[in-house]
Design a binder for this molecule. Structure first.
Ligand code: DX5
Ligand code: ZN
Length: 220
C-alpha cells in the first residue's frame, strides 16, 4: 500500500508567524515542508533563500523539501544543503548538466529531485530517472501560489509513473500546483504519491489543520 505524503508549501504561510504555522503543519500530520525558492529570472517572482531554510530547520523536525526555481542552481546547492535541506529539487529547464547536478546534490548528503514545467515533456528527464529520489511534476506555471490547476498535465503524470516503475520504482512522484480536495484525487489516480499544497492548506477557512486533514482524507 502506497504511503502518501502531504507537503504544505510555506509560500502561502504567514511569515510574521512562520514558526507557529510550521508547528501547526507538524501537529496536523504534514509529512514534508515544501520551500519554494524563486529568483526573479527563471520565474517572475522573488521569494526565499537558504536563510529561510535555516530558520525552518530550527522550527520543525519535518524533512525540508526545497524546490529551486532558479537559474544556475548548482551555484547554491551547498548553501541549501548547509541550511538543512533534506531534498533539493532542480528544474530540468535550468540544468544543462543535469547528471552532474544530481551527483552534486547527492554528494552534499541530500536527496535529489528533478522537476519539469507543465510544457516540458517527460522525455526531457528520462535519462536521469534511475538516478533521482523524486520527480516533481508542476501542474501550474511556477511562480505563484493560488493558480488554477492545469488538467492537461494529467497524462504526463501517468506517463512519469510508468517510466519510474520501469527503472526506479521506489522514487517518489510529487505534484505541485493548484492541488485541492477536488484535484488531488485526479493526480493520485495517475500515480502521484506526494502532494504539495500552498493556498489550499494555508488559506483553508477552518485553518491549517483542517486543510491538511481534508487533503489526507482524499487518499485515506
Ligand atoms: C508554484 C510553487 C508551488 C505553489 C503551490 O510556483 O512551486 O509550490 O506554492 O501553491 P498552490 O498549492 O496554491 O498552487
Ligand atoms: Zn513548489
Amino acid at each position: 500500500m502506497t504511503n502518501f505524503l502531504i507537503a504544505p508549501s510555506i509560500l502561502s504561510a504567514d511569515f510574521t508567524r512562520l514558526g507557529a504555522d510550521l508547528a501547526a503543519c507538524e501537529s496536523a500530520g504534514a509529512d514534508w515542508i515544501h520551500v519554494d525558492v524563486m529568483d526573479g529570472h527563471f520565474v517572475p517572482n522573488l521569494t526565499m533563500g537558504p536563510f529561510i531554510v535555516e530558520a525552518c530547520r530550527r522550527a520543525t523536525k519535518l524533512p525540508l523539501d526545497v524546490h529551486l526555481m532558479i537559474e544556475k542552481p548548482e551555484r547554491h546547492l551547498e548553501a541549501f544543503a548547509k541550511a538543512g535541506a533534506t531534498n533539493i529539487t532542480v528544474h530540468v529547464e535550468t540544468c544543462p548538466h543535469l547528471n552532474r547536478t544530481i551527483q552534486q546534490i547527492h554528494s552534499l548528503g541530500c536527496k535529489a529531485g528533478v522537476t519539469l514545467n507543465p510544457s516540458t515533456p517527460a522525455s526531457a528527464i528520462e535519462p536521469v530517472l534511475s538516478l533521482v529520489d523524486l520527480v516533481l511534476a508542476l501542474t501550474v506555471n511556477p511562480g505563484f501560489s493560488g493558480q488554477e490547476f492545469l488538467p492537461e498535465v494529467l497524462p504526463k503524470i501517468r506517463q512519469l509513473r510508468g517510466l519510474l516503475d520501469a527503472v526506479n520504482p521506489s522514487a517518489r512522484l510529487e505534484v505541485d500546483g493548484g492541488l485541492s480536495s477536488a484535484t488531488l484525487p485526479e493526480v493520485q489516480k495517475r500515480g502521484a504519491d506526494v502532494f504539495v499544497s500552498g493556498s489550499f492548506v494555508f488559506g483553508h477557512p477552518q485553518g491549517i489543520a483542517a486543510g491538511i486533514r481534508e487533503l489526507r482524507a482524499c487518499v485515506a
